[in-house]
Design a protein around this ligand. Structure first.
Ligand code: ZN
Length: 251
């Protein structure tokens, strides 16, 4: 059983008991466990981890810890102080695409409203989520540590808040997305990108009051829903403006 020293950084510490937080601690790794097994045994979800350094060198989960190794574990996408540690590999660029668990429907709706690719279905099983995340290289958003702890997930974030608006802020902060929003580009129902459609083409499908509007129209190519700027859009615009104002940004 090789004895190693672990140090977890930033939010990853919340998964550890208090005596192991924010400091180096010694740990006897099961033989023949690899680094992924050892971290999972410490109850830290692999999906929240972005970078592993052993004695200052970047490794992956398959690394076999050896006696005396100094292991540093960093979370996903964090603007944090890494002190004197030299990162030998640039952080991989990840697509800003998400898949959400079945409890996060409102968050999916808000992410779509801001233009983000947020796949969500209320009948997705855990297996579906894992498969979609792997297939499309999606970041898994979930409230479940259990789900995010699955070794199959390479990028994930555990949502803390119960409030959808605060959940949205969590995601924007965590993945540094404040400047990447593109509101009203996506279907709120099915997540597809909307395309502009001439009013004449859809006139017979519009309510009487809407036909008189001079705004633009968009259509979802997947579910055929039609969007236009009405009171609902006004409310959403205000929601976005308020959100950005609170964070001293402009949409
Ligand atoms: Zn749609």
């Amino acid at each position: 059983m090789p004895q190693v020293s672990f140090r977890f950084y930033a939010e990853l510490n919340q998964h550890l008991p208090p005596e192991r937080r924010q400091k180096d601690f010694l740990y006897a790794v099961e033989d023949p466990a690899n680094l992924g097994d050892a971290i999972a045994a410490l109850d830290v979800p692999l999906g929240e981890i972005e970078l592993l350094l052993v004695n200052g060198v970047s490794v992956d989960y398959s690394y076999r810890p050896g006696e005396g190794d100094r292991i540093s574990v960093y979370p996903t996408f964090d603007a944090m102080d890494v002190g004197s540690v030299t990162k030998l590999e640039p952080r991989p660029h990840r697509r800003q695409a998400f898949v959400l668990d079945v409890h996060l429907g409102k968050l999916a709706h808000l992410l779509r409203m801001l233009g983000f690719d947020a796949l969500y279905r209320n009948d997705f099983s855990t297996q579906d989520i894992l498969a979609v995340a792997a297939r499309d290289d999606r970041i898994v958003l979930s409230k479940s540590t259990l789900l995010l702890g699955s070794g199959a997930i390479t990028a994930g974030y555990r949502i803390r808040s119960a409030d959808p608006r605060e959940q949205l802020v969590e995601v924007l902060e965590r993945f540094d997305l404040w400047l990447c929003t593109r509101p009203f580009q996506r279907c709120l129902l099915c997540n597809s990108l909307l395309t502009a459609v001439p009013r004449e083409e859809i006139l017979d499908r519009l309510p009487e009051k809407v036909r008189a509007l001079s705004c633009g129209f968009t259509r979802c190519p997947a579910c055929d829903r039609i969007y236009w700027e009405g009171t609902h859009a006004e409310r959403m615009k205000r929601f976005i403006e308020d959100l950005f104002a609170e964070h001293s940004l402009h949409p």
